[in-house]
Design a binder for this molecule. Structure first.
Ligand SMILES: NC(=O)c1ccc[n+]([C@@H]2O[C@H](COP(=O)([O-])OP(=O)(O)OC[C@H]3O[C@@H](n4cnc5c(N)ncnc54)[C@H](O)[C@@H]3O)[C@@H](O)[C@H]2O)c1
Length: 324
């Protein structure tokens, strides 16, 4: 059995506990949360041991799941890694680039497994298309949420847009060439809504809009590439693909379009979306990486790269506020 300890059992930490309970091969040793009310609720509901000391919990575990506020990620990760413990840490990896770089160094030196909680990588809609030949040249993203004070200690870039940044960096195999961005804090001191254009060296352009002050929710990514359009609806867990038909597409619905270069046949596919609980899947993959000694699906380098782009965006907007 892999011994797991959970650090931080607020909103998301409880979802993690629910999922850890269902994952085979996991022994939840206990949890740490400084808030007495939350800790009592967790002890009562899950019947697991509350530790009053993070180090004692770490010493009793093989791996730690860090679901504490972002300004505590570095200190908790550092303590765990220095004790040779594997770490799952929620996104963003850390509060500052210096902290994130230091964590990457510590992971390298220790050889432990670290996974960052970029959970959209496990969203069934994304899983349904991720193994297609994705080579987008234009990406349009809308991630809109209603206002919720939870999470507003950081900007909408680090709270919401970072999910899309991570997905885009995992798809576009090219370095970032230029970033333009604008954003405004409407209800808080940090940007609540932002629009960002990321240009890559291979010519791909990604246009991202994120808002946490919208009336309606939306989490959509549209990829346009030479031979296809791929739509990913993260919220409704659906995907669609329109592509130029080739001989392997016999079973797909198709229609003809007259173009200046003659008739083209477009095939439409609704990819099979797996029935997957994204949080459970990311935690299972973390367990698998430890047990099989393989790379984690979202590594510390991925976490660092997403933070790097997010921080460049915040510099452009002129709002690099770090919480302490
Ligand atoms: N992957 C996602 O989609 C997603 C969604 C929401 C939140 N998050 C991330 O998860 C983390 C927690 O967010 P949340 O919404 O659950 O916040 P929350 O405020 O609901 O919960 C945080 C909990 O951590 C506890 N805590 C405070 N200091 C601590 C410490 N030093 N050690 C251990 N616990 C401590 C708090 O008492 C609280 O119970 C944040 O980093 C956030 O960015 C990720």
């Amino acid at each position: 059995m892999l011994k797991i300890g959970v650090l931080g059992t607020g909103h998301l930490g409880k979802f993690h506990l629910n999922n850890w309970k269902e994952i085979p091969g996991i022994d939840i040793v206990g949890f740490y949360d400084p808030d007495d009310n939350i800790a009592k609720e967790v002890s009562d509901t899950y019947q697991i041991l509350r530790f009053s000391d993070t180090l004692a919990l770490m010493e009793s575990c093989d791996a730690l799941d860090i679901v504490a506020p972002t300004n505590h990620h570095f200190e908790l990760c550092e303590q765990a890694i220095k004790r040779g413990k594997h770490v799952f840490v929620e996104k963003p990896l850390a509060n500052t680039m210096q902290e994130a770089e230091q964590l990457v160094k510590l992971v390298n030196e220790s050889g432990i497994k670290l996974q960052v909680g970029h959970v959209e990588r496990f969203n069934p809609a994304y899983l349904s298309v991720k193994d297609m030949h994705l080579n987008p040249m234009f990406i349009e993203v809308h991630r809109l949420a209603q206002f919720n004070p939870r999470g507003t200690e950081v900007s909408v870039i680090l709270d919401l847009m970072i999910h899309d940044i991570d997905i885009i960096l995992s798809i576009v195999k090219s370095d970032v060439k230029n970033i333009s961005a604008s954003g405004v804090g409407v209800l808080t001191d940090t940007p609540d809504i932002a629009n960002v254009r990321i240009e890559f060296h291979n010519g791909c352009v990604a246009n991202l809009t994120s808002s946490r002050i919208s009336m309606k929710k939306m989490r959509k990514m549209r990829l346009f590439q030479k031979d296809a359009y791929i739509g990913i609806d993260f919220l409704n867990k659906k995907s669609e693909v329109f592509k130029l038909k080739d001989s392997s597409d016999n079973n797909m619905f198709a229609f003809d379009i007259e173009t200046p270069h003659g008739k083209k046949t477009v095939a439409i596919a609704n990819p099979i979306v797996p029935e997957v609980n994204a949080i459970r899947k990311e935690l299972e993959e973390f367990r698998n990486a430890i047990l099989n000694n393989t790379k984690t699906v979202v590594s510390e380098i991925d976490g660092l790269m997403a933070m790097d782009v997010a921080h460049q965006i915040l510099h452009k907007i002129g709002n690099l506020i770090i919480t302490t």
